[in-house]
Each structure stands twice: as C-alpha cells, then as structure tokens.
Design a binder for this molecule. Structure first.
Ligand SMILES: [Zn+2]
Length: 123
C-alpha cells in the first residue's frame, strides 16, 4: 500500500461532510448553470459529492435497452445531479430564493430559518 505523504485537509478520519443547509424535499431555485432560473424539489441528496437531483431540472436523455415486456426500453429522460452550490433554498413565506440561517431554539434544537423574513423553514 502506498502511503500518501501529503497531509491534505479532510484526509483524516472524519469525512468532509457537506456544509449545506439543504435537504431532500426542499424547494430550491437554480441560481447558476444550464438550468438557471428554474425551481424544483430536491429528490435526492448526494452529500458526499455535494450534489443533488432536483425535480424536472437538468434532465438528461438515457438510451435504455429493453428488458422484456415490462420495460420496453427506448429513450428515457431523468434528472441528473447538480452541484449544491448552484442551488438556493426557496422560502415558503417570501417565495424567493434565500440564504438559510441556523437558529438554536430554546430547547437546544437547531432550526433552519429564512435569512430574509426569519420564517422557520422546518418546525
Ligand atoms: Zn422568507
């Protein structure tokens, strides 16, 4: 086994966790990239890659081979993942893409909060 001599940050025991405040099910606004301006719901988070798939955003065509009567194959469209840095949470109250603050509640729990209107994103 080859031992790396470089001491890169994040090469320790603790894997670099996504520093995102987004979650599956959130409505997000695409702020950059090919699909700029669209909004959709997060279908899947890929935290270790800092990516997410967003409903009806970044659709790609996949050419599938048929696998019997149940799945006849052909061209299927599906969402491709995109980088989290391109996504902004949409606040349910102000209905705008916003930054997310973390508020520590009285019971010590952390809640996400809209940066614009201070509405709690999740209870
Ligand atoms: Zn808001």
């Amino acid at each position: 086994m080859i031992v790396a001599t470089s001491n890169r940050a994040g090469s320790g025991q603790r894997p670099e966790r996504a520093r995102t405040r987004l979650r599956k099910g959130d409505t997000v606004f695409v702020a950059a990239g090919r699909e700029k301006g669209k909004t959709g719901k997060i279908l899947k988070m890929i935290a270790e890659k800092n990516r997410a798939t967003v409903e009806r955003v970044n659709m790609v065509k996949r050419h599938r081979k048929g696998q019997g009567v149940q799945s006849p194959g052909g061209i299927v469209e599906k969402e491709a993942s995109m980088h989290l840095s391109n996504l902004r949470l949409v606040c349910g109250r102000c209905n705008k893409p916003t930054r997310v603050n973390i508020r520590v509640l009285e019971d010590g729990k952390r809640a996400r909060q809209c940066h614009r209107c201070a509405e709690l994103v999740d209870g």
